[in-house]
Write a protein that binds this ligand. Structure first.
Ligand SMILES: Nc1ncnc2c1ncn2[C@@H]1O[C@H](COP(=O)(O)OP(=O)(O)OP(=O)(O)O)[C@@H](O)[C@H]1O
Ligand SMILES: [Mg+2]
Length: 508
C-alpha cells in the first residue's frame, strides 16, 4: 500500500490558535495518477487539510509523507519546489500582468523578466498548453479575462512549475457548466500523464464524474474512503451528513400576486462603452421566483448591480411602484430590497470585522439607541439568533469572519439578508460554495419565502438550481434576454440552446 502512495498524511491534527479543532487524526492516501476527491460539509476541514499539505499552515501534530519520505514544508514555496501546488478559491494573480508575466513572477532564481527570459517562458508555456490542452491567451492582462480563464492560468502556472500533485479547492464554484467540463477533461489528461490531483467539491455529480477515489471528512475526521466506481451520490451524501437527507418537498402551485419589481428597457453600460445590459424588460411579482439563467459574463452581474443601486443605468425601474432612478444602494434597500451578492468577499462581508459586526452591516438603525450608541447586547443576541437559525459554525459572535469556512460565511450573508423581511430579494448565486445540506436548506427557504409572498429574482449559473426553484426563467445572452420561459415550458435542452445564443420567437 505505502508503495502505491505519492502522498500520505498520517494522523494530522490541527488546532487553530483560537482553540478550534479543525482536524483530528486525518489519514489520507493519494496515489500517482489519481484524481482524489475530498468531500465534506462546510467546516469539515477540507481547506485546512489542503493548506497543510501545500505548506501554507503547519499541522499541530501528525506526519506528511511525500514520495515515500517524511517532509515538513514551512512555506508554499517549499511545497511547490517539492512538486505540490495548490490553486486557491481566490486567485493570487496580479491584475495588470498578462499570463506570461504572472507565471514568471516569483519563479525560483528567475530574476527580472527581460525580453529573452519572457521569450523562453512563453515557449515553454506554449509547449505545455499544446501537451495539456489547457489554452489561455498569453498577452492579455488578467484583469480583462473571465474568471474561468484566470483559473486556467493558475493551473498552467502549476504545470510550469512541474508539480506532481495539483490541489484544487472548489474549482468549479466559479465556472460555467461548459468551463467545468473543459476543466475535467484537462484533469483527466493530467492524471493519465501520471500527475495526481486533489479535487475539493460540494457537487456530488462532479465527484462521481471526475474522481477515481474519494475521502469524506466529517467534523475534521475521515469517515470514509471509497473507490468512486463503488459508491453513489446517495451514499456520499449520507456519509458527509451522517444521515439520510429528507426528500425534497413538492413545490406548491401558487398564483403570483401584485407586481413588486418592474423593469422596462434597462440598459447598463459595461466596459469600453459597450452596453453590458441591452434594453431588458421584465417584472417580478409577489410569491414568484424569476430565475435568470445564462453563462456567466452575459450581463447578469451588471443587471444585478444596476438594480441594487451600485451602477449607473438608463430605462425605467420601479420597486412597489416607486421609481428607483437616482437612488443609492441604502435608499433602495430601505424600500424593501435585500441582496445576496455573488461575491461575498467583495460586497457581502468585511473579513476583519466580527461575525456580530457583519450581522448588522448596513442596518445599524434597529441596533442604535436614542443617543446614537450601538446596543451591543442586542447585536450579540441577534448574531446568536442567526448562528442558530442558519446553523453557522462559529466559536462565538466575536470571531472575525475571516476565520469562518467559506460555506459558513455564505450562511451569514444569506441569514442577514433574509432577516430584513424584504419585499424583494435579489439572490445572486445564493448557494455557491455551500454543502449539500446547506444548499438544500437555502433552496427550501427560498421556496418557503416565495410561498409566503416574497418576490425573488434569482440569478444562478447552476441550471439545476434554476430548474428547481424558478416559476419563470429568463435566459440571458450578450446582455439581452434570449427568451422568458414559463414553468411548463422549462426544459434543460431548450435553456441550454438559449444560453448558447439561440433565440426564441416571442410567444403570445
Ligand atoms: N484561521 C482560522 N482560525 C480559526 N478557525 C478556523 C480558521 N480557519 C478555519 N477555521 C475553522 O476550522 C474548521 C474547518 O474549516 P475549513 O475552512 O477547513 O472547512 P472546509 O471543509 O473547507 O469548509 P467549506 O466547505 O465551508 O469551505 C471550521 O470550523 C472553521 O471555522
Ligand atoms: Mg473550504
Amino acid at each position: 500500500m505505502a508503495g502505491e502512495a505519492i502522498l500520505e498524511t498520517r494522523g494530522i491534527t490541527k488546532v487553530y490558535p483560537d482553540g478550534t479543532v479543525a482536524l483530528t487524526g486525518v489519514d489520507l492516501v493519494v496515489r500517482p495518477g489519481e484524481i482524489h476527491g475530498l468531500l465534506g460539509e462546510n467546516g469539515a476541514g477540507k481547506t485546512t487539510l489542503t493548506k497543510i499539505i501545500s505548506g501554507l499552515l503547519p499541522p499541530t501534530s501528525g506526519e506528511i509523507r511525500w514520495k515515500g519520505k517524511a517532509v515538513r514544508f514551512s512555506s508554499p514555496r517549499e511545497a511547490l519546489a517539492a512538486g505540490i501546488g495548490m490553486v486557491h478559491q481566490h486567485f493570487a494573480l496580479v491584475d495588470a500582468f498578462n499570463a506570461v508575466e504572472n507565471i514568471a513572477l516569483g519563479e525560483e532564481g528567475g530574476g527580472a523578466l527581460g525580453p529573452v527570459r519572457a521569450a523562453s517562458v512563453r515557449r515553454r508555456l506554449e509547449a505545455i498548453m499544446e501537451e495539456s490542452g489547457l489554452e489561455v491567451p498569453l498577452d492579455t492582462p488578467v484583469e480583462e479575462l473571465p474568471v474561468g480563464v484566470r483559473q486556467r492560468i493558475e493551473i498552467l502556472k502549476m504545470l510550469y512549475r512541474e508539480v506532481d500533485l495539483l490541489i484544487l479547492d472548489e474549482p468549479t464554484a466559479v465556472l460555467t457548466p461548459q468551463e467545468a467540463e473543459e476543466l475535467f477533461s484537462v484533469l483527466r489528461d493530467l492524471a493519465a500523464g501520471g500527475k495526481s490531483v486533489i479535487f475539493i467539491t460540494h457537487k456530488l455529480a462532479e465527484a462521481m464524474a471526475v474522481t477515481d477515489r474519494v475521502t469524506v471528512l466529517r467534523r475534521g475526521r475521515v469517515v470514509a474512503v471509497r473507490e468512486t466506481g463503488e459508491t453513489s451520490p446517495e451514499e456520499l451524501a449520507r456519509l458527509m451528513v451522517g444521515e439520510e437527507l429528507p426528500p425534497l418537498k413538492e413545490r406548491a402551485g401558487r398564483a403570483p400576486g401584485k407586481e413588486v419589481l418592474r423593469v422596462e428597457g434597462l440598459t447598463v453600460p459595461g466596459a469600453e462603452g459597450r452596453p453590458a445590459v441591452r434594453g431588458v424588460s421584465f417584472s417580478v411579482r409577489e410569491g414568484e421566483i424569476l430565475g435568470i439563467a445564462g453563462v456567466q459574463g452575459n450581463g447578469q452581474t451588471e443587471l444585478v448591480e444596476a438594480l441594487v443601486g451600485l451602477r449607473p443605468w438608463s430605462g425605467r425601474v420601479e420597486l412597489l411602484g416607486k421609481a428607483l432612478a437616482g437612488l443609492g444602494p441604502g435608499e433602495i434597500a430601505a424600500l424593501g430590497l435585500a441582496h445576496i451578492p455573488e461575491d461575498r468577499h467583495g460586497m457581502g462581508l468585511v473579513l476583519d470585522f466580527t461575525l456580530a459586526e457583519n450581522a448588522v452591516l448596513g442596518r445599524l438603525k434597529p441596533f442604535t439607541d436614542a443617543f446614537g450608541r450601538l446596543r451591543w447586547g442586542r447585536i450579540f443576541r441577534f448574531a446568536q439568533e442567526l448562528i442558530s437559525r442558519f446553523s453557522i459554525q462559529a466559536p462565538s459572535p466575536k470571531v472575525p469572519v475571516r476565520y469562518l469556512s467559506g460555506g459558513n460565511q455564505q450562511r451569514l450573508v444569506v441569514g442577514r439578508e433574509l432577516s430584513k423581511s424584504p419585499k424583494l430579494l435579489i439572490a445572486n448565486q445564493p448557494t455557491r460554495g455551500l454543502d449539500v445540506a446547506a444548499t438544500r436548506y437555502i433552496r427550501e427557504l427560498l421556496l418557503k419565502l416565495r410561498d409566503e409572498g416574497l418576490a425573488i429574482l434569482l440569478v444562478s449559473a447552476d441550471l439545476d438550481e434554476i430548474l428547481e426553484l424558478s416559476d419563470r426563467v429568463a435566459v440571458m445572452y450578450r446582455g439581452a434576454f434570449a427568451g422568458i420561459l414559463s414553468r411548463e415550458e422549462l426544459d434543460r435542452g431548450r435553456i441550454g440552446l438559449l444560453m448558447g445564443g439561440a433565440r426564441e420567437e416571442p410567444v403570445g
